[in-house]
Design a protein around this ligand. Structure first.
Ligand code: ADP
Ligand code: MG
Length: 463
């Protein structure tokens, strides 16, 4: 019928506009490399902030003692306690707790958010073993993973540039987040100092390096997306300080804010961006990360309902609610292998209150999931190629048989299997056989929390 043809035209148009042929991916990678150079050359030189992390030494494996970490960067935060055994002994014991952040605190005041966090941390500290209290005259030591753009001023201080991923707490912007946390720790009477301020990419890089010395970069695919890597200190023209002894510096790219005329953008992306909390910003993040994939799908389905009566004569009311369709639900539908596509049917029923969908309709939904996820996964691979190009590790002649390991983490990478496997196969496709064998994608499970604890250890004032 005419309606079905109209619906299929919308699908076809989406597929065309989301297309990521290899040539386009190469252009994205090249543009990423160019922006990396520009962001390293001068402050504000690029959409890529290329933030100097002040981490010039990554963990070696010799770290020793009891350390805490706090990981804040999305809808949950985690508190960790890690007992490091020292040389050759690794992590002796590791405990953590996950706490969800009530939505009203994500858009409230700085004090309210940090008080909530400090209280949760205090509760966790109270479960410490008898014998593990710090020596007299010493405070407990913490690594703080804070995964929002921060202008780092030292290893343990940095001012918040802006919020992302649905957070919007005006009075915290421009403040030193370590000072904010430290004040809250005082208010709740917790005796603890912050040794290191990092974000999840740097934590993941540090955690990855602790276990594997070939780790050179880390990428997060979770609620948001970002990457960090190890740069030669002499390749950072904007760095004014003394050259670090190691000759290296970890750079926090803030690649979520990347944009380029080569990115395949659709009308849905444009509307999503315009209606977001941060219009015009985080464009790459808005087409590849977990916060947005399900929402893009919802927008396509809404147009199909409105213009092609895809779900019948009336437009399902729930379909009009922004962010009602979450990426984990999209992923569950996309991975549905049952002959009747039962999961798709059930998700449509439970979330959107659309009943009795035909198999034909369900198949179209799978197709839409595939278009949206494939675009995100292939662009993620192009971003990684951009980093490898910057480091000249993208060709066969470079570094002999030296392996380059990229530590990956985040709920999207971990749970959305079709996304991660597409990303990995696209990277192989981009690199070509021989080079592809030297590049390894490694899942660094929870590296970001452990990494912060490791960096707290290597930056301890008591060393
Ligand atoms: P954060 O990025 O907030 O620190 P995570 O790394 O745990 O936290 O990532 C959580 C995000 O991962 C969720 O917001 C969601 O978008 C995505 N995610 C979680 N589970 C799944 C899943 N089963 N399928 C697809 N995406 C998922
Ligand atoms: Mg995280």
């Amino acid at each position: 019928s005419g309606r079905w043809a109209k619906a299929m035209a919308i699908v076809k148009e989406l597929e065309d506009k989301c297309g990521t042929p290899i040539t386009r991916l190469r252009s994205v990678a090249d543009s990423m490399t160019v922006e990396m150079h520009a962001g390293l050359a001068s402050e504000g030189g690029s959409k890529l902030k290329m933030i100097i992390s002040f981490v010039d030494n990554l963990p070696t494996g010799d770290e020793q003692g009891l350390f805490y970490a706090l990981d804040l960067g999305g809808t949950n935060f985690r508190v960790l306690r890690v007992h490091l055994g020292g040389k050759g002994k690794g992590v002796v014991k590791q405990e953590f707790e996950e706490v969800s952040i009530p939505p009203h605190l994500m858009t409230g005041t700085s004090d309210a958010l940090f008080d909530y966090i400090a209280e949760a941390l205090a509760k966790f500290v109270a479960t410490e073993d008898e014998g593990s209290h710090p020596f007299p005259g010493r405070e407990r030591e913490l690594g703080f993973t804070f995964s929002f753009p921060v202008r780092q001023t030292s290893i343990a201080s940095g001012t918040l540039i802006k919020w992302t991923k649905g957070f919007s707490i005006e009075d915290a912007v421009g403040e030193d987040v370590v000072a904010e946390l430290t004040k809250a720790l005082k208010r709740v009477g917790l005796d603890m100092r912050v040794n290191a301020l990092v974000n999840d990419t740097i934590g993941t890089l540090a955690g990855g390096r602790y276990y594997n010395p070939d780790v050179i970069a880390a990428v997060i695919l979770g609620t948001g997306t970002n990457a960090a890597y190890v740069e030669r200190a002499t390749a950072i023209p904007k760095w004014q300080g003394p050259l670090p002894k190691s000759g290296e510096m970890v750079i926090n790219m803030e690649w979520g804010n990347f944009r380029s005329s080569h990115l395949p953008l659709t009308e849905y992306d444009q509307a999503l961006d315009a209606e977001s909390l941060n219009p015009g910003e985080q464009i790459l993040e808005k087409i590849i990360s977990g916060m947005y994939l399900g929402e893009i799908l919802r927008r396509v389905l809404l147009r199909m309902a409105e213009e092609a009566a895809f779900f019948g004569d009336t437009v399902p009311a729930k379909l009009k609610i922004p962010f009602i369709l979450r990426t984990p639900d999209m992923s569950a539908m996309h991975h549905d292998t049952s002959p009747e596509l039962k999961v798709v049917g059930k998700k449509l029923q439970d979330i959107l209150e659309i009943s009795n969908t035909s198999l034909k309709v369900r198949k179209v939904i799978i197709k839409l999931c595939d278009i949206v996820a494939t675009r995100g996964a292939r662009l993620s691979a192009a971003g990684i190629l951009g980093i490898l190009k910057k480091l000249e590790r993208d060709n066969i002649s470079s570094n002999g048989s030296q392996k380059s390991v990229i530590a990956l983490d985040g709920g999207l990478f971990e749970h959305y299997t079709k996304f991660s496997s597409c990303m990995e196969s696209t990277l192989k496709e981009l690199l070509g056989g021989e080079v592809a064998d030297k590049i390894v994608i490694e899942h660094s499970n929870d590296g970001s929390g452990i990494g912060a604890a490791l960096l707290a250890a290597s930056h301890s004032p008591y060393l």
